[in-house]
Design a protein around this ligand. Structure first.
Ligand SMILES: Nc1ncnc2c1ncn2[C@@H]1O[C@H](COP(=O)(O)OP(=O)(O)OP(=O)(O)O)[C@@H](O)[C@H]1O
Ligand SMILES: [Mg+2]
Length: 472
């Protein structure tokens, strides 16, 4: 049946968007699937195109009208962790049989400005392919990928999503794919010298498991990896305990143990790239920067969440909110329609966050919760329309700004990304610039090398002076 379905899909001229369910629309589904329509309806939950290499038809629509080769994967999701009860597990790890219902839909929900999703999955697939093709059992390769970036940008979710996707892609080659998440927080044991032992145990277990089960694939995820890969040099300077340093050493040795195993990949996440041990970084075969969403991605994240609330009947609205491109058209035309209103909210967020790279409104985590939180906070009746949701979101965003103003005395520090300070001057790049501010849009205080600047104009003058000095 699989072969027939592949042939049918390759011959039908599909017009689709990525992640659209081809079974959803009755008329199109019949045209596309022909005689297989009934079987598909009865046997499959959904049928989606996840990735497409080829030209865009129009506005994110693709077509298979030209000669297309189809890579088809049929799969079933495991419930809970999917493991038999008697499975022996390490206490510091969570294991799941993949693909798992727990991670269903994460891949589709993640929005990034770059192609990091497909780059990452291809990177993993190509590395595995190269290891498998090589007949040399002693072929060694570091298979550690590091995702780094500010909090709430989707690093941990992306690791889970990639593990889910590779498990689907690898079904023909591996009988089982497991996701093993290592709880880094529990690695640093309160018992002196225990940490290094625990780390060593975990990696010995992983190396043994890979060797004993060559037909299984393991995706290992280590979140907040900096807690065990803190620079040993910096650690010593800051009086870090010998235990932590030993744990870092154990991790490096442990990672080296995995070099010969073709059936494992280690995905690490961190938001503290700057304090990472050099020896660990040199073992990472690739690093991916995961940045806060830019304007179009912010729009897409909010739109997805709103659309979800509409589908669940939590918001009463009958039409689809347009994609970003449609919203831009509405904004240019001066229409007061749903896309333009949402774009205005995105622009409000952009304005709020323009002076703070790490501001919470800039994080995808905040955006993905904004519509629901705004409704929960402000709704006072049974029905909630889309227009009401927009008003609530604006109110919540403005309330956030006002609260920041009110807490003058408890101003927090935020490190400013020097790239935003617009200079190539070496002196400045090596200088720590700190913003001290409540409402970062209205006023802030900056400390550079001990000099305090109260307002934006003064800071600009200071920077101009530095630039002049460096040009002389
Ligand atoms: N790029 C994104 N697109 C859509 N939603 C996102 C994205 N990033 C994060 N989210 C939402 O925020 C939640 C938290 O994301 P996640 O924990 O993966 O971030 P993180 O980068 O690992 O953060 P931290 O550094 O704090 O661990 C996700 O479950 C998802 O709902
Ligand atoms: Mg995380």
């Amino acid at each position: 049946m699989e072969e027939q379905l592949r042939a049918q899909l390759a011959s039908a001229a599909l017009v689709f968007q990525i992640n659209d369910d081809l079974l959803a629309g009755y008329h199109n589904a019949i045209v596309w699937l022909g005689d297989l329509h009934t079987w598909c309806k009865e046997s499959l939950t959904c049928l989606k195109v996840i990735e497409f290499e080829g030209p865009i038809l129009h506005n994110k629509y693709y077509t298979t009208a030209a000669k297309t080769s189809i890579d088809l994967h049929l799969y079933e999701l495991f419930e809970q962790d999917g493991l038999p009860k008697e499975t022996k597990r390490l206490p510091q790890t969570e294991e799941y049989l993949m693909p798992n219902v727990e991670f269903d839909g994460i891949w589709e929900s993640l929005v990034f400005d770059t192609d990091c999703k497909s780059d990452l999955i291809w990177k993993v697939a190509n590395m595995e392919r190269a290891m498998q093709r090589s007949n040399n059992p002693n072929r060694k390769k570091d298979r550690i990928i590091l995702l780094y970036g500010p909090s709430g940008t989707g690093k941990s979710s992306l690791c889970q999503a990639v593990a889910q996707k590779i498990s689907i892609r690898f079904t023909a080659r591996y009988s089982v794919t497991k996701l093993i998440e290592i709880a880094t927080a529990t690695l640093l044991s309160k018992y002196f010298s225990e940490s290094a032992k625990i780390v060593e145990e975990i990696f010995k277990y992983l190396a043994r498991t890979c060797r004993d089960n060559p037909d299984e694939f393991y995706a290992v995820v280590i979140n907040e990896v900096e807690s065990v890969t803190m620079s040993r040099h910096k650690g010593l300077m800051q009086g870090e305990s010998q235990d932590t340093l030993r744990a870092t050493n154990a991790l490096l040795t442990g990672l080296d143990r995995l070099k010969c195993s073709p059936n494992i990949i280690v995905l690490c996440t961190s938001n503290m790239m700057e304090c990472m041990d050099a020896a660990f970084l040199s073992r990472c075969c690739t690093t991916f920067a995961i940045n806060p969403p830019a304007r179009a991605s912010k729009y897409a994240i909010l739109r997805d969440q709103l659309q979800k609330l509409i589908d669940e009947d939590n918001i009463t609205h009958t039409q689809e909110i347009p994609l970003f491109e449609g919203a831009i058209e509405q904004q240019i035309a001066g229409d007061d329609k749903s896309g333009r209103r949402l774009l205005d909210i995105v622009d409000l967020i952009q304005a709020i966050t323009q002076n703070s790279v790490g501001g919470r409104e800039n994080s995808a985590r905040f955006l993905s919760r904004l519509p629901e939180e705004a409704i929960e906070l402000f709704l006072r009746q049974e029905e909630c329309t889309l227009e009401m949701t927009y008003t609530f979101m604006e109110r919540l965003l403005r309330a956030g700004q006002d609260n920041a103003l009110d807490t003058d005395d408890s101003w927090g520090y935020e490190k400013v990304d020097e790239r935003n300070v617009v200079t190539k001057d070496d002196e400045l790049l090596s200088t720590e610039v700190r913003l001290k501010g409540g409402n970062k849009r209205k006023r802030f205080r900056v400390t550079i090398n001990g000099d305090v600047f109260e307002a934006h104009e003064e800071l600009s003058k200071y920077l101009a002076n530095i630039s002049k000095r460096s040009r002389k």
